[in-house]
Design a protein around this ligand. Structure first.
Ligand code: GLU
Length: 471
């Protein structure tokens, strides 16, 4: 059943680049919203001012845009950063104080610290004693009154019901003595005021959920649905971290993974639909169901990501692959050609041999600039006195050639090979060295056709000169 009233959010803390775990959480929320025809909201959780930076916000937005995860509400519209919402947190704290669901506390930090330490020494988890519960104070920190008995059940859409005994919880702080709201309180007020219906987030937040549910109830608000997505693991099955290698989305972008491949890969990292691996974006939107996210951690596998990347390079319309190339061309110090149809034809000749866009350009650099040097082994074998003679004949032949289509070029090469009593491969390899600098390249007649008459003749002449010097 589709639910067009569904409203979900991605709520990154902007302390660094978007990492794959965050990207996957964003993707699951986006897929959920698009599947239901609901809304996807982006909220920046920047209350931790010492760790939040504008650069991190810019970098996260950039990564989401690259992945194609567009949001319906959020920056740059004002009001979607927690630091812009402090009045809302204050107003909600006032409401809870007025209704008696929250109270002021003036316990000194040193007292709480001593109590925490002695609990730890006894091997117990610290719980606030409730000392200020009934003191009727009018200033100090604000704490939520948690029921003494009973339990709160989190009905998680992925993990099923999870019961938290209230004896595990304590009267947690909503607003600190200095007036700043705490993280868990902001999340509740934000989710309520943004009318979030489903909270889909990493399961590192599962332990916060009973506290948050009790706060919803104290405010008299309906509790949203929760889905806690298992962590992404490294090959050793510990939580994925930098020591496992690259984890930020930008690193994979810079390595030349196409965004659709990244999205497909992240979707399958925990979510499944039978044993299918390859999904177009529209299929993911159609098929995504948060109930099909597995309850145990998924292992991040770069080899599989590269396999999907290769699949996308091979099977996506060449013009679309070509449209992804300009930033990679610039990064490689190459000029972006104006002729996009030409670039698409270049892609067709290269995509069988590349796992990423960066590899694709590395294999095809010669299309964009003459080889900087000849591969020494190839030069020794081909740019010889004999090679010089053959290059002369080839130049003569191609100078007379007007038609530079692959078929016409093949005809000309075959004719010349026969005349010189050579095999076609001898002329083809010689041309490869001259045009690309090495002996491995896409089919030579495609290469010649794509370089065009002037560039081909110029490079053959350069090779002829080099062969003359060697001879
Ligand atoms: N800001 C939190 C994080 O980046 C997410 C909190 C939430 O989704 O409730 O982990």
């Amino acid at each position: 059943m589709k639910d067009a009233t569904a409203r979900v959010r991605f709520a990154p803390s902007p302390t660094g680049h978007l990492h794959v775990g965050g990207a996957r959480t964003a993707l699951f929320n986006w897929l959920f919203a698009r599947h239901h025809g609901g809304a996807f909201i982006l909220r920046i959780e920047d209350t931790d001012r010492s760790r939040s930076t504008d650069e991190a916000i810019a970098s996260i937005l950039d990564a989401l845009e690259w992945l194609g995860l567009d949001w319906d509400e959020g920056p740059p519209t004002p009001g979607y950063r927690q630091t812009e919402r402090l009045d809302l947190y204050r107003a909600h704290a006032e409401r809870l104080l007025a209704s008696g669901r929250a109270y002021h506390c003036d316990c000194a930090p040193e007292l709480l610290k001593r109590q925490r330490e002695s609990a730890q020494a006894r091997g117990e988890t610290f719980r606030y004693s409730g000392r200020c519960r009934d003191r009727g104070l009018t200033a100090g920190a604000v704490r939520l009154r948690i029921p003494d008995a009973g339990a709160t059940v989190v009905n998680d859409l992925i993990h099923g019901p999870i019961t938290f005994d209230h004896r595990q919880l304590d009267d947690w702080i909503l607003v600190r003595t200095d007036g700043t709201p705490t993280y868990n309180f902001c999340v509740v007020v934000d989710d309520v005021t943004m009318r979030i219906t489903h909270v889909i987030r990493g399961n590192d937040h599962l332990s916060n959920t009973p506290k948050q549910i009790l706060c919803y109830e104290a405010l008299g608000y309906a509790v949203p649905e929760f889905a806690h997505v298992p962590m992404i693991l490294g090959a050793d099955r510990s939580r994925l971290s930098k020591r496992h290698g690259a984890t930020s989305v930008q690193v994979f972008r810079d390595a030349g993974i196409p965004p659709d491949a990244m999205v497909n890969y992240l979707a399958r990292l925990g979510w499944s639909h039978g044993d299918r691996e390859i999904f177009a974006r529209a299929e993911l939107v159609e098929l995504f169901d948060v109930k099909n996210v597995g309850a145990s951690g998924a292992v991040f596998d770069v080899t599989k990501l590269e396999w999907l990347s290769q699949h996308y390079l091979k099977s996506t319309d060449a013009a679309r692959v070509a449209a992804l190339l300009p930033p990679y061309l610039r990064a490689a110090g190459l000029r972006v050609p104006d002729d996009t149809a030409w670039l698409a034809r270049v892609v067709v000749t290269l995509r069988e041999r590349a796992k990423t866009l960066v590899e694709l350009l590395a294999a095809g650099r010669f299309y964009f600039e003459p080889p900087a040097a000849y591969d020494p082994k190839a030069a020794t074998a081909f740019l010889t006195a004999e090679g010089a003679g053959r290059l002369d004949r080839l130049l003569e032949r191609l100078e007379r050639q007007a038609d530079f289509t692959p078929a016409a070029l093949e005809h000309a090469y075959r004719g010349l090979a026969a005349e010189l009593s050579l095999k076609l491969v001898d002329l083809a390899q010689l041309s490869r060295v001259a045009l690309t600098g090495g002996t491995a390249s896409p089919p030579i007649f495609d290469v010649v056709a794509l370089l065009g008459r002037d560039e081909t003749l110029a490079r053959l002449r350069r090779a002829r000169a080099a062969a003359g010097r060697a001879a």
